[in-house]
Design a protein around this ligand. Sequence first.
Ligand SMILES: [Zn+2]
Length: 291
Amino acid sequence: MMRPMRELLEEAKKGGYGIAAPNVFNRETIEACFLAARKLHAPIILDVAYIHGVYECADLARFYEKRYPEVPFALNLDHGGPYEHIVRAIHAGFSSVMIDRSTCPYAQNVEEVKEIVKIAHAVGCSVEAELGHVGQGFEYEETRDAGLTKLEEALSFVEETDVDCLAVAVGTSHGVYKGEPHLEFELLDQLQKEVPVPLVLHGGSGTGDDNLARAVKVGIQKVNLNTDVSEAGKQALREALASTEIKVAGAGKDEFTPKKMNMQQTCMAGAAGFQAQLEHYMKLFGSENRW
Ligand SMILES: [Zn+2]
């Protein structure tokens, strides 16, 4: 069942685990999320970038919600930009929206987040905002330190905006890292102790299993994943395209026929690769068997 993201994250905070939030954009990736969540009995957050179609993805999520009503999930707009995009996601029925004003001055960030919180909360939709700035991996070494979240600001930000969860910058980065990722676990520990709402980690991909498991243990409840699950899907697609045999279910036993995969079979193979990587992260974050 679709639930407000705040509720899922509060439960994760109480239980000491993290929820995987992969970027989804079509039928295959959304179905893969439901299948992984159902298989592992894990909650899931579907992160949708506006450019990938909020109305389309909302309908797909509702379709799989009917098919697998037992799966607890949130549908979240990832990195909401223009005001109209965020309002459209709320209109499409999202149970959460992120408003990203992390590159704006503090006062502007507060003002614009407050406005969205007022609208979203009126229809039971959660809001995620970002304070500090999680930059891009290619400029990691130059931008990392300046972007780190400041504890005092985080406390006043949550108080002033009434936001439901906070994306913090503790040394991760979007996309592929240039250099080694090093995380500020002490800062994260201070934040989780004092900030009264669940915390979100952007840039989970490429951060490494040890770092991510530790971040969840210290106090992260939502881990955004794009590059890693996407790359796993792409690798499975490549293998499918290169294969010369497909498996055909026979009467009582498997048979092999020497023909290339068609487009549908190739897409499903890619989705299976995406799903396997997602399951790996669900287990790593301790979200298995939570319902
Ligand atoms: Zn992000």
